[in-house]
Design a protein around this ligand. Structure first.
Ligand code: RIB
Ligand code: CA
Length: 364
């Protein structure tokens, strides 16, 4: 038998089975993305703690995402440990995207204390035997990588930022042209108060927003399409991953599932103490899910203004379109952005579960 037809039919089979897998992982979202001209080209910006790790695996395994690079930033843990954790995951799970080291501190302020009570001393719930990757971060810095990738691929790149927004704003300082060339920016951060949540780091500030309030403020001042995936949706109770759900992942999704279950034990203890519920809120995966399956979300349009000093430092104030005011200096020049207001919690959990199970089966 000549080898060409066989190769061609193998290619047809592979692309057909990729489509089926995508459909299984997300009946509406992934198929829509594939029909819409291919996978979403994503840079994922992380302060790699526990929920970032869970989100990285969603981005890695989703057939709807083409993960171009992972950039690291301080936040949940030091830049050193966060970068080490990201390299550990790249090696352990065979993630093709390179890792780019970013900012070790905020743009202007001194860094806030590291929340070891949330993510553990190692940033991964102190659950791994040893975190000693044998690979290194790429030579290029995170802001340079972000800027270069956006400029070289105008209109194509989605940046999903799930840590403090320092790398993104440094990229904009390097190359102001990225504002008009990025496809869109999806951020886990802030809270609009639409579901009664205002803050998790302080009474009125979400952690990523307060970890670099000047970067957060700048983010909402530019005319690029930003979607804020804030506490309004990430605290959706039926989207949380409780111990039964995590045990299910450990059983069905190979080492990826077992890893997720292990690192989340510490995180569940934190939520037990902080909110009185033994479950885990997966803030960062919900931001990644927005890029995969936006139909799981309801959104509102409006402006976001960020407080950079004082008792409300890090607060993200939302002014919805149509809100009537008499005298609001400081708001007129802000662009209108998108804020997630509601999430289909069970839909998110199912998207995550199926993506992990199918992905781990495919790639292990
Ligand atoms: O407020 C939750 C966010 O802060 C998440 O991104 C978490 O990983 C921390 O960075
Ligand atoms: Ca994070």
């Amino acid at each position: 038998m000549p080898s060409k037809p066989r190769a061609a039919s193998r290619r047809r089979f592979l692309s057909h089975s990729a489509l089926l897998t995508a459909f299984a992982a997300s009946p509406r979202g992934a198929l829509g993305a594939l029909q819409g001209g291919g996978r979403r080209r994503v840079i994922l910006d992380v302060d790699l703690g526990i929920d970032d790790a869970v989100a990285l695996l969603l981005a890695h395994y989703s057939p709807a995402i083409d993960l171009l690079g992972i950039t690291t930033v301080f936040g949940n843990t030091s830049l050193e440990k966060g970068t080490r954790n990201t390299l550990y995951m790249k090696e352990k799970f065979g993630i093709a995207a390179n890792v780019y080291r970013g900012a070790a501190a905020p743009l202007y302020d001194p860094p806030n204390p590291i929340p070891t009570f949330v993510h553990g001393e190692d940033g991964l719930g102190d659950a791994e035997q040893s975190i000693a990757p044998s690979i290194k971060a790429a030579g290029l810095g995170a802001p340079e990588f972000i800027a270069r990738t956006i400029l070289e691929n105008p209109g194509e790149i989605t940046v999903i930022s799930v840590g403090p927004f320092t790398n993104l704003m440094l990229a904009r300082l390097l190359e102001p042209g990225i504002v008009s060339k990025v496809r869109d920016v999806v951020v886990m951060g802030g809270a609009a108060g639409l579901a009664g949540e205002l803050g998790n780091a302080t009474t009125v500030a979400e952690a990523n927003a307060i970890n670099d309030p000047h970067a957060t403020s700048a983010l909402f001042r530019y005319e690029w399409p930003v979607t804020m995936v804030g506490l309004d949706v990430t605290y959706t109770s039926d989207a949380s991953m409780d111990e039964a759900y995590l045990r299910g992942l450990a059983k069905e999704a190979g080492e990826a599932g077992a890893f997720i279950e292990r690192i989340n034990r510490f995180y569940a203890g934190f939520y037990q103490r902080a909110r009185g519920v033994r479950t885990t809120f997966q803030h960062d995966s919900i931001a990644v899910a927005y890029a995969i399956a936006p139909e799981l979300f309801k959104t509102r349009r409006g402006k976001v203004s960020v407080i950079t000093e004082g008792v409300a430092r890090g607060q993200t104030i939302f002014c919805p379109v149509g809100h009537h005011t008499f005298n609001d200096p400081g708001w007129a020049d802000l662009p209108t952005q998108t804020v997630c207001s509601k999430l289909d919690g069970p839909g998110f959990r199912e998207l995550y579960r199926r993506t992990l199970i199918e992905g781990a089966r495919r790639k292990l």
